[in-house]
Design a protein. Structure first.
Length: 353
């Protein structure tokens, strides 16, 4: 981790005021991260892989002002133009976590202005794209302070920092398929930062649509952080981590072969395994709503009848991501508009980049 340490300069090579703007995509995991190592900060218990999503992103403007005297962190946060004091504790916790690696943060007053392309209340996780875009802005400051900083290091450290804000955020630094968490079959994979998926991907998996069916817009009953923590005493946890690691091996082979049916079976199994863990935690809880199940039923029916490649995945909520090859989008949108839209509060069309 020492590679990410910032060696303090006596004099800063940065203007005393300025702004950096960065955009980050949201992501949807195919193999899910659910469970963190005890007594370690943001270290996953299994490796995960996600697609970054076009159309679903956060733009963050980080406005900085060099302070006369170094004091503690100073930050104000605005979401879509409205000041959000409720976001400050999370940002301060993030700044504390990364301060060892970015000691310069104490030397500035910051204003963070952030906007999501998706509605804040839509139940779509914004922490991945927002923490990732903030980490990229911070790295822009570091690049000014260390002009010799290499591009590869810029993204690695951005991913490392984003992870300390929210685990899945470290995958939002890169487009395409992104892996986080050490796995024996994936060269370069590690627990500290995410890497772009390094192996061959069949062309069918480079043009995948993702339509998000928003079933429930209310905030989650239980935060992801709490859900991860509950894995530490889930009686099925060990098997789940083993299974996730095996699924990663299966996915590597599927991505190479271009087998959509195997892909679909795997991602649906992963999504339901995540929910099985949620339902068997103590305390147990349920994220799916009746309309989530109605949608899953219809998707299975439609697939049986039409033999079209349409598959679902879920995050830790009620909303459904439908994944399909973009070349089949016309049929799929017909299904969505005719048979599924009545179960949804909103429909967000996206695709995997
Ligand atoms: C179900 O990254 O939101 O979306 O690290 O506590 O911020 P924290 O959790 P978070 O967990 C995401 C869990 C998931 C699966 C995934 O994206 O891999």
């Amino acid at each position: 981790m020492d590679q990410f340490f910032y060696y303090r300069k006596k004099k800063y090579s940065i203007n005393s005021n300025g702004v950096f703007t960065k955009k980050s995509f949201s992501n949807i995991a195919l193999i899910k991260y659910w469970g963190k190592q005890k007594n370690r900060i943001q270290i996953p218990l299994n490796s995960s892989i996600s697609y970054s999503l076009e159309n679903v992103y956060t733009v963050t403007r980080l406005i900085y002002h060099l302070k006369e005297k170094k004091r503690n962190f100073s930050v104000r946060v605005f979401l879509s133009g409205k000041e959000k004091t409720s976001f400050i504790p999370k940002i301060l916790e993030f700044f504390h976590r990364i301060s060892f690696y970015c000691s310069y943060l104490r030397d500035f007053n910051f204003v963070i202005e952030t906007e999501n392309t998706f509605p804040h209340s839509s139940g779509i996780a914004s922490s991945a794209s927002s923490m990732s875009s903030l980490a990229l802005c911070i790295m822009e400051i570091e690049k000014k302070l260390v002009p010799s900083l290499k591009e590869d290091f810029f993204f690695k450290k951005a991913s490392f920092l984003a992870r300390l804000g929210s685990g899945s955020a470290c995958r939002s630094i890169y487009p395409g398929l992104v892996v986080w968490g050490g796995h024996k079959s994936i060269k370069g994979s590690n627990n500290l930062y995410a890497i772009p998926y390094p192996y061959q991907v069949h062309p069918i998996f480079t043009k995948m649509g993702d339509t998000i069916l928003v079933i429930d817009e209310t905030p989650k009953q239980i935060s992801s952080s709490k859900g991860h923590q509950l894995m530490n005493c889930n009686p099925y946890a060990k098997e789940r981590f083993k299974c996730a690691n095996k699924n990663m091996d299966r996915l590597i082979s599927i991505l190479k072969r271009g087998d959509l049916q195997d892909f679909g079976e795997l991602i649906e199994h992963e999504a339901l395994s995540l929910h099985a863990m949620i339902m068997t935690s103590s305390p147990y809880f349920l994220c799916m709503k009746p309309n989530t199940l109605n949608v899953l039923d219809k998707v299975w029916d439609f697939r049986k009848q039409s033999r079209k490649n349409i598959y679902f995945t879920l995050d830790a909520g009620a909303n459904v991501h439908l994944l399909y090859p973009l070349q089949e989008k016309k049929f799929i949108m017909k299904l969505i508009n005719n048979d599924l839209s009545s179960y949804c509060k909103k429909i967000i069309e996206s695709f995997c980049i």
